[in-house]
Design a protein around this ligand. Structure first.
Ligand SMILES: [Zn+2]
Ligand SMILES: [Zn+2]
Length: 409
């Protein structure tokens, strides 16, 4: 049908044309998720210097963080995933992946099926496949809400006996912490604290998680609490009573030769930590929040005077006044959480002065050091030049949130 002459089509043709387009959109969405799964599986984001695939998609496709994470979660259920050790895990919902690829179900149907199956963790593989099949058959006639309601009854169809009774209620330990380090080095955890420790934790966190008084703090509660937790950890690490780890104090996180630090090395792994690259060490050294042990040619610690590269208070104040917060385009994080980044690294002779420095939050500081984003000072302000896969013309961008360009009028 020629959609440029819509007025000529009959009502029935119009409805049919719409249905056909919806089916195509779903098929294209299936293709989108397949590509997302492949990017995640290959670790493309990490190779390009991003902390994870969601952060990359926010730049390349301009997805919201919520949408990027949602697509990643769907992709993980519909497609095979590769673990950090290289073993391949079969997809949890292969039939749903096929139905989406045929354009028979929509993204919201996929979510209804994911939710239903996630609520039935005790099913065995055969029962899961049956439940998925039953849901997909039903999805042919139901909208996603109705499908989800039907999902609540799927258990009775697939497993009428219900889950086996728990053998014995395990007693929960008073305090516990389960942590899981992800491939990119970030961490997820879950835990339980007894009453006294919980109160101590609350009291420690409270002063740090208040919104910043400047009034432009748009962080949600969970993000503020996360930042507060990181601040408390940093505080604990700086406490002189913290026990040494393997005989080395934790603030010396990495040893690197001065030569390695001077060069822009991509993937040189440092022996002290398998996840630490020379690039990462350069980022840590950039504002000397964590002091790397810099070694000379004979592997003896090199005496680099700290004031040579840690931004002194008057420069930091000047940067707060000029940049007001993280200088990266689109970032809203306030100056109080930022590092002072050397545009030309101090190890390569870059001076510790206002016109060679920019405030960057930890996330964007890492991105600037690890990816192909470049920083350039234009009219005494930091501008950011995107990599070609974000903007083929590499047009410089700046932060308009903290320092809007005054209108010409
Ligand atoms: Zn830096
Ligand atoms: Zn930032």
């Amino acid at each position: 049908m020629d959609t440029t002459v819509l007025w000529q089509t009959s009502d029935a043709e119009l409805v049919d044309a719409h249905t056909a387009v919806v089916q195509r959109r779903r098929q294209i969405y299936a293709e989108e998720l397949r590509l997302v799964a492949e990017m995640e599986s290959r670790g493309v984001a990490t190779k390009l210097g991003y902390s994870n695939t969601a952060a990359l998609l926010m730049h390349t496709a301009r997805l919201s963080r919520t949408e990027a994470r949602h697509q990643l979660a769907q992709a993980a259920d519909l497609h095979a995933t590769t673990t950090p050790t290289g073993s391949v895990i079969d997809p949890a919902l292969p039939q749903t992946a096929e139905a989406l690829a045929r354009g028979e179900v929509d993204s919201e149907h996929v979510d209804a099926i994911r939710k239903t199956l996630a609520d039935l963790p005790h099913l065995d593989a055969e029962q899961r496949a049956t439940a998925e099949h039953v849901m997909l058959t039903r999805a042919a006639e139901d909208d996603p809400k109705a499908l989800l309601r039907f999902g609540a009854r799927v258990r009775d169809i697939v497993d009428p006996d219900g889950p086996p009774p728990p053998e014995e209620e395990p007693t929960r330990p008073e305090r516990m912490l389960r942590r899981h380090t992800r491939r990119d080095g970030s961490m997820e955890f879950k835990g339980h604290l007894d009453l006294e420790s919980a109160q101590l934790f609350e009291n420690l966190l409270k002063p740090f998680e208040k919104p910043h008084p400047e009034g432009n703090d748009t962080r949600g509660y969970a993000e503020r609490a996360g930042d507060a937790f990181a601040d408390v950890l940093r505080m604990a690490a700086n406490c002189p009573d913290v026990p040494a780890h393997n005989g080395v104090r934790t603030e010396v996180a990495v040893t690197i030769s001065f030569e390695q630090l001077q060069q822009s090395l991509d993937d040189v792994l440092l022996s002290s930590d398998p996840r630490m690259t020379a690039r990462e060490a350069r980022r840590l050294a950039c504002d000397a929040h964590i002091l790397p042990a810099v070694l000379d040619g004979d592997s003896k610690p090199l005496d680099v005077a700290v004031p040579a590269y840690a931004a002194p208070a008057h420069i930091r104040r000047g940067l707060y006044l000029r940049d007001k917060g993280c200088a990266f385009p689109g970032c809203e994080r306030p100056g109080s959480v930022c590092d002072a980044h050397h545009v030309a690294h101090w190890a390569q002779g870059g001076p510790t002065t206002m016109d060679n420095m920019a405030l960057l939050c930890p996330q964007h500081h890492r991105l600037v050091h690890n990816s192909d984003w470049a920083v350039k000072m234009i009219d005494e302000r930091p501008w950011f030049i995107p990599p070609t896969y974000v903007d083929a013309s590499r047009t410089p961008r700046r932060n308009h949130i903290h320092t809007p360009i005054p209108s010409a009028a």
